[in-house]
Write a protein that binds this ligand. Structure first.
Ligand code: ATP
Ligand code: LTN
Length: 336
């Protein structure tokens, strides 16, 4: 709790260009919370997490800055929500180190994201990639978050956060709030347009597999036209037709419609018409976001002020928790 309000925290890694999957699974849901006066929201640009995979420094900087602008352009008001860069708040890696010493190898060994990412980056299986979930636990626990909205793939990391926090509390008393995960109803798992059995991912090598948030309308329409479906020829919502199911999921996540409503709307239509309708809907959803992004790009002073103010705000809350943790563990306080 902060000032009697519930605390919500989430974030994304600043790797590559964020996709429609990130938007529908995460960002779009966050915007709803930002309107709730009874919730204090923190959204991190998780740049420390990004370097678990080798990054080009110039690109990393550009991606992180772009992500901040996209957060704001998508509707997160930086005057109401705390939008910060993880690397601006030193308490994150400090708490992560401490929590590393309360986390077992066996627990980390079970993490499926580590297995997936180490298979993908076999030439760079570093210890940061292995302990990634501990840094994520620190991100969450520093702010005493009650609620953490994420896509389905992050639930395992949230469970481990709860386990670490519970273990720590059982040794030292009530230090951390035990966070709850929140997965949005629709859009929780948007699949690749080229292989609908795989999740849409910003690091996919095939650019046609993902819609990127700054793709123009022609590109969006072309990618949907090329989306892989099946040879059944009828629009249905079932696991045997993952491509069509994914298009319906995307449509519903954008419009807020239910599967029943959508199936009725598309009754008798062919796949071509379905793809066109979904493409139009997505392009219309992204258009205002893209316009706001362009405006923000030209507003350097405003963005710099937001960065400074919000990093100070995030640090204030994070340091408070870190001080408490250090005291409990038994470190000597620095004389003031
Ligand atoms: P990468 O490909 O680099 O691993 P990613 O696209 O999986 O990245 P993350 O930075 O790991 O993206 O995730 C940011 C947020 O977006 C998380 O909450 C995650 O659950 C959500 N998310 C990612 N991909 C999807 C998807 N295809 N559908 C729904 N939500 C997603
Ligand atoms: N691991 C997350 C990004 C992330 C995060 C967090 C999400 C880092 N720290 C804290 C929620 C809360 C991912 O989406 N890959």
């Amino acid at each position: 709790m902060i000032d009697g309000k519930k605390v919500m925290l989430s974030g994304m890694q600043s790797t590559g260009m964020i996709t429609l999957g990130n938007y529908l699974g995460a960002l779009k849901n966050w915007v709803h919370f930002g309107d709730d006066e009874d919730i204090k929201c923190f959204y991190g640009i998780m740049d420390l997490h990004s370097i678990t995979v080798r990054q080009d420094p110039k690109e990393l900087r550009a991606n992180a800055k772009r992500l901040m602008l996209l957060y704001i352009a998508a509707g997160l008001d930086p005057e109401k929500n705390c939008l910060f860069f993880q690397s601006h708040v030193p308490a994150h890696p400090q708490l992560a180190w401490i929590l590393n010493c309360y986390t077992y190898m066996g627990e980390m060994n079970r993490m499926t994201q580590f297995k997936d990412k180490s298979a993908k980056h076999a030439d760079n299986i570093n210890t940061g990639l292995f302990t990634y979930p501990v840094l994520m636990a620190a991100d969450i626990l520093l702010y005493q978050a009650d609620l953490v909205p994420v896509g389905k793939d992050q639930i395992q990391h949230l469970e481990i956060t709860r386990d670490i926090a519970t273990r720590f509390n059982s040794i030292y008393g009530d230090v951390f709030t035990i966070p709850e995960g929140y997965v949005g109803e629709s859009g929780a798992k948007i699949m690749s347009l080229q292989d609908p059995t795989k999740k849409m991912s910003k690091s996919d090598e095939n650019p046609n597999a993902s819609i990127f948030l700054l793709d123009d309308k022609d590109t969006i329409m072309r990618k949907f036209k090329r989306a892989v479906t099946d040879s059944e020829g009828c629009i249905a919502y079932r696991d045997e037709q993952p491509g069509v199911k994914n298009l319906i999921d995307i449509y519903n996540a954008v419009t807020g419609k239910s599967v029943v409503e959508t199936l009725k709307e598309f009754e008798g239509m062919g796949y071509g018409a379905l793809k066109e309708r979904v493409g139009e809907t997505v392009a219309a959803e992204l258009e205002p976001l893209q316009a706001r992004y362009k405006e923000l790009e030209g507003n350097k002073d405003y963005i710099e002020r937001i960065m400074k103010d919000n990093a100070a705000q995030a640090s204030y809350y994070a340091e408070k928790t870190l001080r408490k943790v250090k005291k409990k563990v038994g470190f000597i306080e620095m004389p003031r």
